[in-house]
Design a protein around this ligand. Structure first.
Ligand code: F6P
Length: 482
């Protein structure tokens, strides 16, 4: 520990696989850090500042021994991973085993004992770092599937702490989870927390059922009662976005101008369809592009009048399944554009790249129909971002019923991504809907995302965590008003 972050000084500790900053290289060769654009950090930043908070995470890459540092007032504690650990823990167990298993086996999970051992080693490193940074009776909030053993490991090291855990991705039904050779260890790892948050009530129920069946603890509704007298609550806390921040951006003049430029560059078609996703096999990019291309081929949509913009952000590129997906999408887009194109803007504008928030907001404003069709998704924040940016109450959302967001955004055109004909009908309906109908649906969805933003999400989780262990641990101070 350096003297910027004193040992045992933080009253609130966030433990996540990644730090909330990205490395940037200046033209003069020096390197620094830039805050990553994610909603989680903007939600937690005020409460971290009010509580001498620290954030523990992997800075990306294979640095050894990067010292804790302060960036833009945030105390950051890097945890380094070796090249082998990146392969076995991050690409292997986290993204080759847990990710497909937790997303309904959309791809086949691989089970390798060395990957599991690396997962245990890395989780222990995160737990030890949290144990050394946290003040007495502090609150520690562990994030996501990469770190499910941390709560138990941390509790053994520091029984004084109040520990929360939040799973950002789905938690599978018992029938699927059971395949995992280390199912009991994962359940026990999570039970080290006082409060376990999931996106949806169904996920919390899956967890409670598994704990009863596989670990044999007593449960009642959303509570688990352990032999040592401790109780653990498992409940849903659907995550959200920085709604006001997105809306403000979307209303800005540069974004309005950029949206007009985008439509112009696409040939000013009457309908712009849009997909924005990490290039991930769970996102259902393939069937949505097929559905759209069939509508053009069938003559239901006119190639001069409708374009599809698909942004696919590069992700986990060294993992085999992601490479296969990239090739599949490249081939599909090439075939659609080759078969259905003519001189002019392509039928599918495919962008394998990531963009800053401003460009995303401009794309959202430029799109008439937002198409979000994952086979399975914990929440899907893109759907909520689109809604936040449509302050004009225009724009149609076509949304998979298998995205967590579908439980809140009921007024979207809901689709089953496995049903191509059903998706074609929904795309056509969304396209042909009267402005009055579009606006009725959008207004209702906007109310939902305005009432429940990411700051409300963080506050509700932390309040509940404090309520569960009232006599134990310091109270997390609310964010200071600025
Ligand atoms: O949705 C789960 C998640 O881990 C997010 O937290 C993260 O932003 C995204 O997937 C990308 O993950 P990675 O860290 O593997 O690039």
């Amino acid at each position: 520990m350096n003297d910027v972050i004193r040992k045992g000084s933080a009253d609130l500790v966030i433990v996540a696989n990644r730090l909330p900053v990205d490395r940037v290289h200046d033209t003069d060769g020096t390197q620094g850090w830039r805050r990553s654009p994610g909603g989680l950090v903007s939600a937690l930043e005020p409460v971290m500042r009010a509580n001498d908070g620290a954030w523990i995470g992997w800075p990306g890459g294979t640095d050894v021994d990067l010292k804790p540092f302060v960036e833009d007032g945030l105390q950051l504690v890097p945890v380094s991973l070796s090249a082998d650990e990146i392969e076995e823990f991050y690409e292997g167990f986290a993204n080759g085993t847990l990710w497909p298993l937790y997303h309904d086996l959309v791809a086949k999970p691989e089970f390798h004992r060395e990957w599991w051992e690396s997962y245990v080693t890395v989780n222990r490193r995160f737990a030890e770092r949290a144990a050394s940074v946290a003040a007495r009776n502090a609150t520690v909030w562990v994030q996501d599937y990469q770190l499910q053993l941390v709560p138990q490991m941390l509790r053994e090291l520091r029984p004084d702490l109040r520990i929360g855990f939040y799973l950002h991705i789905p938690f599978p039904p018992a029938e699927l989870f059971q395949q995992l050779p280390w199912r009991r260890q994962i359940l026990e790892g999570l039970l080290g927390a006082d409060l376990i948050g999931f996106q949806l009530p169904g996920a919390a129920q899956n967890f409670i059922r598994l704990v009863r069946q596989r670990v044999g603890h007593k449960t009642h509704r959303d509570m688990v009662y352990l032999e040592d007298g401790r109780s653990v609550r498992a409940a849903a806390f659907p995550i959200s976005i920085d709604t006001a921040g997105f809306e403000e951006l979307a209303r800005s003049e540069p974004v309005a101008q950029r949206a007009a430029e985008i439509r112009e560059a696409l040939g000013n078609p009457s309908k712009v369809f849009l997909g924005i996703d990490r290039l991930d096999y769970t996102k259902g990019i393939y069937p949505r592009l097929r559905a759209f291309s069939e509508l053009i081929a069938d003559g239901h949509l006119d190639v001069e009048d409708a374009v599809f913009v698909q942004v696919a952000t590069p992700s986990r590129e060294r993992v085999e399944q992601y490479r296969i997906l990239r090739d599949d999408i490249d081939r599909l887009v090439g075939r659609i554009n080759g078969d259905l194109g003519r001189i002019g803007p392509p039928v599918i504008s495919y962008l394998h790249s990531s963009y800053p928030r401003e460009e995303m907001a401009a794309l959202y404003r430029a799109a008439d129909i937002m198409v979000v069709t994952p086979y399975r998704d914990g929440m899907n924040l893109v759907a909520k971002e689109y809604v936040a940016c449509r302050f004009d109450n225009l724009g149609s959302l076509v949304l998979s019923e298998f995205a967590g967001a579908a439980e809140e955004l009921r007024q979207a055109w809901l689709v089953n991504p496995y049903d191509i004909n059903g998706m074609k009908s929904a795309l056509l309906e969304a396209c042909a809907a009267e402005p009055k109908e579009i606006s009725r649906r959008m207004k209702a969805m906007r109310k939902t995302v305005m009432d429940k933003d990411v700051a409300a999400w963080a506050a509700s989780f932390l309040d509940e965590l404090a309520a569960i262990r009232p006599s134990h641990g310091k109270t997390v101070r609310p964010a200071r008003r600025t």
